[in-house]
Design a protein around this ligand. Structure first.
Ligand SMILES: [Zn+2]
Length: 117
């Protein structure tokens, strides 16, 4: 397995988006999030770099992805919030964590919140 395959494994296959009154919908992250690009072919998406930060209650991963259809670069920012709903009733239980996914453009400008993983 090479580095690029490893990077692909860092990306959740699906994220969930909340729909008003209709529950949650699952969407694939195998798509280009840049404007005016409709690429949904994972073969044309190449993750090439990863940055990782660790904070007290949060782990942030940024995966840089090159789109071979529009030749643009975008960043998937994956934030894992730890202990978002720590249970006080069940001592010793693993605290729940929650993941948030954002798309950023090459310069780090936020393109929007995509969903939860
Ligand atoms: Zn694209």
């Amino acid at each position: 397995m090479n580095d690029k395959e490893d990077l692909r494994n860092e990306i959740p296959e699906y994220v969930y988006i909340a729909l008003a009154r209709r529950g949650m919908e699952k969407i694939s992250l195998d798509q280009c999030f840049l404007k005016n690009c409709d690429n949904e072919d994972p073969k044309l998406l190449e993750p090439f770099k990863k940055e990782e930060y660790e904070e007290v209650n949060k782990q942030t991963k940024k995966i840089y992805i090159k789109c071979k259809k529009c030749n643009g670069i975008f960043i998937l920012k994956l934030e894992t919030l730890k202990e978002v709903a720590k249970s006080t009733k069940h001592e010793g239980e693993e605290p729940l964590s929650m993941g948030l996914v954002y798309a950023l453009d090459e310069k780090g400008k936020n393109l929007g919140h995509i969903g939860y993983f």
